[in-house]
Design a protein around this ligand. Structure first.
Ligand code: UT7
Length: 333
């Protein structure tokens, strides 16, 4: 058997119905539509408001749509991976809950933790699993209920995040020069002070103190994270483009993590690409962490053509960052 390449053969997505607008936020904290639009580029975000529902609910909805669209036999799925930072519980994994609800019988399931790079990183890992020949069909989901980790009394962070999930099917092919071609992924372990959740983990388990001091929310030093995000995402894209002979004339799409419109524009500028070749959904969904990139693929699927050269890039807590080079495997539907 020849070399196996890993290709995406379908995509499904889900966002909750509730739309939290800038206008509503401005009644909760001292902010306004003009600040949020000019500094970040977000107009509204979706929030999973139903009590008792977590990330697995959205992940399951996205996977269900994916399975319906691809018509894949549930018994043929070998693995299901959920990239998330907002798991339903510390344990078991969110993936194990999703698999139970979907009734998949022949698959192993695990969660993947790489913050906003969750999809970028796990696409690389899942593709390697496919390339090994031991896994034929993998469902890979990026899902985050960021509203569960957001302090709606903190104007520095509450406008930024939203909830959502999207899933892709990964399969193998012997066709050459298709699927995930190259990855440049790095972790710079000095990021902890600038972006983290202060409590709820093993260092500082939940207590009256941690709740009283509002320590179960996303803490971010925005300006520092912004600087690192622009530099790293732009450099990573330039590096992966250069080593694969890609440039503004043969890149079809860039899929940047959706944290700030100004970061997205900086990446486009570095690659000298017009904005209509950049997938953008930040205005309506905000930062859905591990879900931003697959949600963008879900929304733009109909525009994609077989052989399109795609660069995806992200940056997040850790710090984690990097870029993938993907050649798309089917005409949009
Ligand atoms: O996905 C993981 C990776 N995360 C990112 O990539 C996010 C990176 N960071 C950012 O996107 C930006 O830093 C933010 C959007 C978080 C903040 O934008 P900024 O332009 O860096 O603003 P800033 O934090 O420097 O704040 C500027 C001013 C401050 O006022 P003073 O101190 O200059 O008087 C803030 O208090 O804006 C004020 N401000 C607000 N004003 C109205 C901060 N938040 C708000 C708000 N509404 N919501």
């Amino acid at each position: 058997m020849g070399k196996i390449n890993a290709i995406i053969t379908g995509v499904g997505g889900y966002v909750p119905d509730y739309v939290l607008t800038n206008e509503e936020l401005s009644r909760m904290v001292d902010t306004n539509d003009e600040w949020i639009m000019t500094r970040v580029g977000i107009k509204e975000r979706r929030i999973l408001t139903e009590e008792g529902l977590g990330t697995s609910y959205m992940a399951r909805k996205a996977a269900k749509q994916l399975m319906k669209k691809t018509g894949a036999d549930p018994d043929s799925i070998d693995a299901l991976i959920v990239a998330t930072s907002t798991s339903d519980y510390h344990f078991p994994s969110t993936a194990s809950i999703v698999i139970g609800k979907l009734g998949l019988k022949n698959a192993m399931a695990f969660d993947f933790s790489a913050a906003c790079c969750g999809f970028l990183y796990s696409l690389n890992v899942a593709s390697s699993m496919i390339q090994s020949g031991r896994y034929k069909r993998i469902i890979l989901i990026g899902a985050d209920k960021m509203s569960s980790a957001t302090d709606y009394k903190d104007r520095n962070t509450c406008p930024l995040f939203g909830d959502g999930a999207a899933a892709v099917m990964l399969e193998g092919t012997e066709e050459e020069n298709i699927g995930l071609i190259d990855s440049y992924l790095r972790t710079d372990g000095m990021g902890l002070p600038f972006l983290h959740m202060k409590a709820g983990g093993s260092v500082s388990p939940a207590s009256h103190f941690t709740v009283d001091h509002r320590m179960h929310y996303t803490y971010q030093e925005g300006r520092t994270v912004f600087r690192y995000a622009v530099t790293n995402m732009s450099d990573d894209c330039a590096l992966i483009a250069e080593r694969n002979g890609l440039n503004k004339d043969n890149i079809n799409w860039v899929i940047p993590h959706q944290a700030n419109m100004r970061i997205i524009e900086a990446v486009a500028k570095r690659l000298e690409l017009p904005m209509d070749q950049v997938m953008v959904n930040i205005e309506h969904y905000g930062n859905t962490s591990a879900a931003t990139i697959p949600l963008a693929i879900w929304e733009y699927e109909s525009k994609l053509k077989k052989g399109d050269n795609i660069i995806m890039t992200a940056f997040g807590a850790g710090f984690v960052h990097g870029a993938n080079y993907l050649r798309w495997a089917y005409d949009g539907k």
